[in-house]
Design a protein around this ligand. Sequence first.
Ligand code: PEP
Ligand code: MG
Length: 575
Amino acid sequence: MELAGVGAAPGIAVGPVWRYASSAAGRGRPSLDIRVAAELAAAELMALAGRVRASGRADDAAILEAQSLMALDPLLLDAIEARAKSIPSPGGRPMATGDRADALASIVEAVAGSTADTLAALPDETLAARAADVRDVGARIARIVTGRVVALPDQPAIAVADDLPPSVAAEIPDGQLLGVALERGSATSHAAILARGLGIPAVVGVRGLLAASASNIEATTVALDGDAGRVIFAPSSDELAALESERRDREAAGAKARSLRGQPGRTADGHAIELLANIGRVEDADRALEAGAEGVGLFRTEFLFVGRSGAPTEDEQATAYRKVFAAFGERPVVVRLLDVGGDKPLPYLRLAAESNPFLGIRGVRLAGEHRPILLTQLRAIARAGAGLASVPRVMAPMVATLEDVDRFRSMVDEAFADLDRSGIERAAHFELGIMIEVPSAAMMAAELARRVDFFSIGSNDLTQYVLAMDRTHPELAAAADALHPAVLRAIRMTIDGARAGGIEVAVCGELAGDRIGSLVLAGLGIAELSMDAGRLDAVRFELQQRSFAELEQLAAAALAAGSAQEVRALVRPAR
Ligand code: PEP
Ligand code: MG
């Protein structure tokens, strides 16, 4: 029996089923003091974080450390204790220990659940993922309260679950988890990130998975294809043979693609397409360099600002930017101005609630009321750029009007003047760029191109604004495809405007790392593609299989198509 989902971590795995449900657990000794249970949960999570960190998975460890702090959150514990006072005592007699533990556990899960619901309602993927973490912390405390324990797999197996919290996955000994199939989750959920970190396949958002698992309860083997998003219960010997040959083909293609590392991006006939990496943290620089990035096309600096109680200081930021500049030497690094607000709130910025956050105060629009935080950042970048071999490239997100650019430029001038007044060394100048991610900017590309040094197309936001489809909306995810001809026509307009102004255009949204997207963009005339470092090998390889004339023909056909599906059908499947 085969089910379809979203491929969230690549690879093929076949193995025994391990069915995980947070409620299915054996019973041990209850612990009725909520503070003691919370402290135990926090200690368990910290110990798991230490183990995971020691195995080199810093990202997963950070999630567990954050969860350990959540377990001790006084607001959470106060709310639980307040509600626990209302646990009834039948006939004035104390409740049986087991019943009281169950009642307390329900309260813990309800309080954690309502905190999680509040987070999940925010239209931001990072915060939505945190909602799952809060729920998971609640489930762990509840297990301790009732004395339940999760039965871990006793042999290498594939997890089949509604959702698999990272904290449970971390308890599974190394090598025992072969793959993950989830009814819920998205490609950006923590379970997906975890699977990618472990190098095991994951298929998420598989509707009907739990029902299928329950009706195939005697199916002891399951196969996963994390590239194609397939889950097969009790695969036949033909299916297994086909999967094995697919796995070998992919391995060979992957090895061929990896062998091109170190070569610059180009088409078969030598037309150069620069391949750069998107990074979010200083530590990502090494992974990008290892993958052969020719520079950084997008440094999402907001990662320096989130998950803390106040903004990083000018010194802290200057140190971080300097490290990235130093790692890339003469290769270009594009630093993006803080892109928060609206859908990505920063608690300490105290932004007003908005009914349409994606259309509100976000990105460069913070230059109004929140100019100081952007000025500090610009000073830090200018300081980090002092004495560099290359000129720092700085770009503003969410530019919609010419006035946005004027405001951006005036902030840069002010930051430079501030440093000069204090006699602090700085970069002599910046190359100033803007992201083209709002339809008005694509339409005004020629005018904008006269005011800046480069464009970088943010295809993620451009798609949501061109198609009027919220990028975080689960039901619109499949339709919000950046290869829609309407988006490609907006990109065409942008390229034409940039050419008229004599400036370069890069693309740094997900489309740049998409197999078909990269080919279409190169054919449209984009000479710089910036993507997750994990996509560089595949894109470098695909470009080298085709002449530039072929890509131009592909782009012309894509522009004339009627839908994203038609565009995708223009390119043969890999191999
Ligand atoms: C984009 O919108 O395409 C982009 C690169 O920016 P972000 O995904 O960070 O909004
Ligand atoms: Mg964007």
